[in-house]
Write a protein that binds this ligand. Sequence first.
Ligand SMILES: CCCCCCCC/C=C\CCCCCCCC(=O)N[C@@H](COP(=O)(O)O)[C@H](O)/C=C/CCCCCCCCCCCCC
Length: 211
Amino acid sequence: MAGSFNLQNVVDTYKSCLSENKEIYIKYYIAGWRELVSFMNSLGSLFSFISKDAVSKIQIMETFLMGENGAHYLTVQSMVKFELNNKLVDFTQSGSHPESGCRTLLRLHRALRWLQLFLESLRTSTEDSKTSIMCSEAYNESLAQYHSWFIQTAARLAFRTLPGRDAFFEVMNAGSQQQVVAMLGEATPLISEVHQITEDLYAKNKLLELP
Ligand SMILES: CCCCCCCC/C=C\CCCCCCCC(=O)N[C@@H](COP(=O)(O)O)[C@H](O)/C=C/CCCCCCCCCCCCC
């Protein structure tokens, strides 16, 4: 199981995500995903196809952040403005910018909704709740609609191998179960706020269905 994973690190990155005027720092947004991927890597090889996809999207965003236009990728808001003003976003399949920042972040944004639902479910779970069912329900309500039958089947197969609730809480490395629940209670509103701000920004700019 994940040696260095710590739920507090996840809470801290989401705390750092928002600027005073509620802009979302991409650096911390992707740091949150990096942290979560380190957790997922401990779950076994059935999760590696999910992990690879998440890492490839994190790397695309890191490349933009460190590139010559990196200053425009400071926040999600500045990225959207920059890419739209410079026609760097493909609104159809056949464009010349298939891996824009806006499109890549949209995939992570959809996954953030899954995370929000899953963590809320974990937070309110009882001793006999099953992580595999909580994970599946959160997936069905969020990401599944965007995935092919093949991906959905592979994902649901992986969920069935998730450790039980007690082991899961332990790996979060945040103390007793009560302490984990308290920390989840801190994490979920932060994640919800980041998700809602991105959702509103993407809706306003008609970016929610990028191919
Ligand atoms: C606090 C600790 C508890 C929670 C631990 C959560 C750990 C989760 C870590 C990472 C989540 C992975 C995020 C996956 C991003 C998927 C983005 C996506 O939808 N990609 C698809 C579309 O991309 P394009 O083809 O359009 O470029 C791509 O097709 C997907 C491929 C892989 C399958 C994605 C399945 C996602 C399932 C998410 C649940 C993860 C389960 C983790 C179990 C704890």
